[in-house]
Ligand binder design. Structure first.
Ligand code: ADP
Ligand code: F6P
Length: 324
């Protein structure tokens, strides 16, 4: 391949810049022209792109967000949108594309590959909800941000003998909630993958620990659960009524998606970006780069999209046993 392109799509994640940098430098070092497409599939449909070089990606490895911007692009899912994207690829001589994003973005990558433009998906999402991957770019930074924020909340919660109910991101996935919940010592962790009963899993646990003289509590709720139970403020009110512990609710929100990427996200972003270009160099498309047991490997996109990821039940059991 002589000309490849790179784009970021869907929710951004810290470490996407490291992946872009790796794609551009690997491409340039191997004699390819690398085009940077702005704002995901929108930029691809509208030809919003520019040629990148070794220096265009200087000073980005430590920055959050994505220097190529990101977007959600419903038009790309239409026949007309796909036609526009294919025309732009033809006009610009694009022979392969690295698409950094989540599983929605990978569906787009699969469609483009089937239409003759080989694409490689690179998993970038703080939710860690890509089934073929133990780890997705952005996850580590997001969890550390949650940990830092909840440590601060804990200070004031403790000073006032209160309960803080904290909503963390994860509309369909509880990985951030479970891992950060253990790291900050949450009394209860509610995640979409595991059925719960507020009375048994929150109120009774709090009452039991009150008997051992515990006076302040953190309850972690994944976004997907929060939506189901009417929000964390409702839960905080219920806790106050049932336990007599003054309660407050916090939604951490998009603070979790920003910030300088951790070492792990810079490293994994760099590895995966590099790996993706090497696949294109071999003429291979329609693959997703994955990480399993610290090894970088790749899967057919269709196969990857049909895989199921399960939550670590042993980790959940550990949380129940020690956060009491
Ligand atoms: P993420 O990649 O983070 O999961 P989205 O689900 O919002 O984010 O998907 C990002 C973009 O990928 C969408 O705006 C759309 O352009 C494209 N996309 C999503 N689903 C599909 C699909 N089924 N077919 C083709 N393209 C899709
Ligand atoms: O990046 C993943 C995620 O944080 C999900 O947990 C959440 O549901 C979604 O993005 C919200 O993103 P936005 O506010 O951009 O729609």
């Amino acid at each position: 391949m002589k000309t490849i392109a790179v784009l970021t799509s869907g929710g951004d994640a810290p470490g996407m810049n490291a992946a872009i940098r790796a794609v551009v430098r690997t491409g340039c070092e191997n004699g390819m022209k690398v085009l940077g497409i702005r704002r995901g599939y929108n930029g691809l449909m509208n030809g919003d792109m520019y040629e990148m070089n070794l220096r265009t990606v200087s000073d980005i490895i430590h920055r959050g967000g994505t220097m190529l911007y990101s977007a959600r692009s419903p038009e790309f899912k239409t026949e007309e949108g796909m036609r526009k994207a294919l025309d732009v690829c033809k006009e610009n001589g694009i022979e392969g594309i690295v698409i950094i994003g989540g599983d929605g973005s990978f569906r787009g990558a699969r469609d483009l590959s089937l239409k003759g433009v080989p694409c490689i998906g690179v998993p970038g999402t703080i939710d860690n909800d890509i089934a073929c991957c133990d780890y997705t770019i952005g996850y580590d930074t997001a969890m550390n941000t949650v940990m830092d924020m909840v440590d601060r909340i804990r200070d004031t919660t403790e000073s006032h003998d209160r309960c803080s109910v904290v909503e963390v991101m994860g509309r369909r996935a509880g990985y951030i909630a479970l891992n950060s919940g253990i790291a900050i010592g949450a009394t209860s962790i509610l995640i979409p993958e595991i059925e719960f009963d507020i009375e048994k899993d929150v109120i009774e646990r709090m009452k039991r620990t009150q008997k051992t003289d515990k006076k302040h509590f953190i309850i972690i709720v994944a976004e997907g659960v929060s939506e189901k139970i009417g929000g964390v403020a409702t839960l905080a009110k219920h806790i106050e009524e049932k336990t007599g512990v003054e309660s407050r609710a916090t939604i951490l929100g998009h603070v979790q998606r920003g910030g300088s990427p951790s070492l792990r996200d810079r490293l994994v972003g760099s590895q995966m970006g590099n790996y993706a270009v090497h696949l294109l160099m071999k003429g291979i498309g329609n693959r997703v780069v994955a990480m399993q047991k610290e090894q970088v490997l790749d899967y057919d996109i269709y196969e990857a999209l049909n895989m199921k990821k399960s939550i670590n039940l042993d980790l959940y059991r550990t949380a129940l046993e020690i956060s009491i």
